[in-house]
Design a protein around this ligand. Structure first.
Ligand SMILES: [Zn+2]
Length: 593
């Protein structure tokens, strides 16, 4: 028997089972009970909140004939009559689901509208679900409008969209509109618990809390993630396993950081980031966990009674809530959220994270003017690595609140640091991108030269060779561009299974924004085309350690280093530098061939 994924197996089949959408359920059941039926419904809401499920339940409610075949329109479809069973399994001829986002959307909608003039074949009503309706062209909207204005009494439209702003007002005004809400994490968590109990799968509450939070209000995503977690954990769900799968960061790291920030301990903040890096934990994940913790603290500061006794994290959050004033908590929360968006711009995630954390230290309300001293104190506490970062931090806040992370160690900073010839700290890897450091850099001794880009954070793998090869072919053929190309460049291939049809390629991608299904689908199509066989791409969250981008960055750094060495060793250059003591080689001015 084939395994039925949880999201399909536990799709709500009646209004009672529709989780978290009580307001919609109530309105629809009342309308059905009182037979006050509208001819067009518009369901709005983000992905995975149940728009298609509501549509199917509505189709069943309208067409159910009851277990004995004598039933009429009902708010409680029986689930056993032919109509109910066929709608559930997608075989009911009078119920059509159409995805306007697909390429054939426009063509199909006109065919569908042509069919609308015919009475239902087996049911009482024809029900047309047009999903992502905002994607229809104006021509298609106009064609639909005619039918919406004078609908035959046997026809019901269900329109669904994630983006109601793009639906023309003429269409909106003819629909009864319902907004399906994103589900609260607790609602999702409770539902997952009941699903897993029914599946007889052991799960730690912490694991469910993580999954519920990662789903961001989408029950479908929550169930898909749970499927993955079951496979990952070989049948059981532990908090540690789920954390690893999601690339989530243990709460203890976030706690340590908030404690250090509250106490103004710069050295401790730097040491904590150092620890995160050595464990390979993601900077994005760290900020996400900090945001969750700060949010919990803010709630407890405003409403101390809100403490959830069953949540094992709650006592710690309550303790930390006492360390900061409510406005400070709000402020840190806002820096965390903005910092998350900024990480992608930083030369590498960890230097981005350091800057976000140092900003919190520097700009905490009430600490204006004292921050530099506090950071400087951190420098003396932990030389020399912290000294270099701290010097940058002293310089940075003066420039602008949104300080661009300072790449590598520039000369003026290095000169001020107490131990200029020491190894740069690991979070100060040279940037992957071709970015010149902001200030001219003095030519230094070879051993003090810029650190090798990414040398510590990536290791070549055979799968990485294969992936880099196909990606370069796709880039060359211009079959991928923009975000899809970025996704390919930032992905590490962790598994390829060519024994199955379609073959499965598994990618690990750290940046959450790149993991969107739309990009995945486009990359999957381009890869299938390149390999001339069907390929299924699976994308998992996690820290990638061998991506085409990392390879390209390392190669660029190697060539740059080589070029600088050649210039540095050039007898003429050396003679000039001997003669003019103030001569500088401006980095970035040296370009490899
Ligand atoms: Zn039925």
């Amino acid at each position: 028997m084939s395994y039925l994924v949880l999201a399909r197996k536990y799709r709500s089949r009646d209004f009672e089972a529709l989780v978290g959408q009580e307001h919609v359920v109530k309105a629809l059941t009342n309308a059905l009970t009182q037979q006050r039926l509208h001819h067009a419904y518009l369901f709005t809401g983000t992905r995975g909140v149940g728009k298609t499920s509501v549509s199917r339940i509505l189709a069943k409610a309208l067409n159910c004939t009851g277990p004995d075949g004598t039933g009429g329109i009902t708010a409680h479809p029986c689930g056993v009559c032919d109509a109910c069973r066929d709608i559930d399994s997608g075989r009911f001829v009078d119920y059509v689901e159409l995805d306007a986002a697909s390429n054939r959307g426009v063509e199909e909608i006109s065919q569908l509208l042509d069919q609308a003039v015919y009475k239902p074949v087996v049911g009482r009503f024809k029900v047309y679900l047009i999903d992502e309706v905002h994607m229809l062209s104006n021509t298609a909207f106009n064609a639909m409008l005619k039918t919406l204005e004078e609908p035959p009494e046997y026809l019901k439209f269900v329109l669904a969209t994630t983006d109601p702003q793009k639906v023309p007002p003429t269409v909106l005004s003819r629909c009864l509109q319902f907004n399906l809400r994103p589900m609260a994490p607790l609602v999702v968590q409770e539902h997952l618990a009941s699903v897993l109990a029914a599946e007889k799968i052991e799960a730690e509450p912490g694991a469910l809390r993580l999954l519920a939070r990662a789903a961001r209000g989408s029950m479908r995503d929550a169930l898909s993630l749970t499927d993955q977690a079951i496979a990952f954990g070989a049948g059981s769900l532990s908090e540690a396993g789920v954390r690893q799968m999601l690339g989530a960061v243990d709460r203890s790291h976030a706690v340590r950081l908030v404690e250090a920030l509250a106490a103004g301990q710069g050295a401790e903040v730097i040491a904590a980031v150092d620890g995160l890096r050595s464990l390979g934990l993601s900077a994005t994940g760290t900020l996400e966990e900090m945001a969750a913790l700060l949010q919990q603290m803010a709630v407890l500061q405003a409403v101390p009674d809100a403490l959830d006794e069953s949540d094992p994290d709650a006592p710690t959050a309550a303790r930390l809530a006492g360390l900061l004033a409510p406005d400070e908590t709000q402020f840190l929360y806002s820096i965390v959220l903005h910092g998350r968006a900024e990480l992608g711009l930083a030369p590498d995630e960890y230097s981005g994270l350091v800057m976000v954390l140092l900003r919190m230290l520097a700009f905490r309300p009430g600490s204006a003017g004292t921050a530099p001293q506090r950071v400087a104190a951190a420098a003396t506490a932990r030389p020399p690595a912290a000294a270099q970062v701290a010097s940058q931090a002293v310089a940075a806040p003066a420039a602008a609140p949104v300080a661009r992370p300072v790449p590598a160690v520039s000369a003026p900073v290095a000169a001020r640091a107490s131990a200029p010839a020491s190894e740069p700290p690991p979070w100060l890897d040279a940037p992957y991108e071709d970015e010149a450091p902001p200030a001219p850099m003095a030519v230094r001794e070879p051993e003090a030269a810029r650190p090798q880009a990414a040398s510590a954070s990536w290791a070549p793998t055979p799968l990485g060779d294969r992936w880099a090869d196909v990606v370069s072919q796709m880039v060359e053929a211009a079959s991928i561009s923009a975000l899809v190309r970025e996704l390919a460049m930032q992905a590490q291939c962790v598994a390829i299974d060519e024994q199955v049809q379609p073959s499965v390629w598994r990618l690990r991608v750290e940046r959450e924004t790149l993991r969107a299904p739309a990009q995945r689908d486009k990359l999957q199509a381009a890869l299938s085309e390149l390999l001339k066989r069907a390929v299924q791409l699976e994308i998992e969250a996690g820290v990638a350690s061998d991506t085409p981008a990392q390879r390209a960055g390392a190669e660029r750094a190697r060539r740059q280093n080589e070029a600088e060495q050649i210039i540095h060793n050039d007898p003429l250059v050396q003679a000039l530098m001997q003669q003019f003591k103030t001569a500088r080689i401006v980095p970035g001015s040296v370009k490899p061939h």
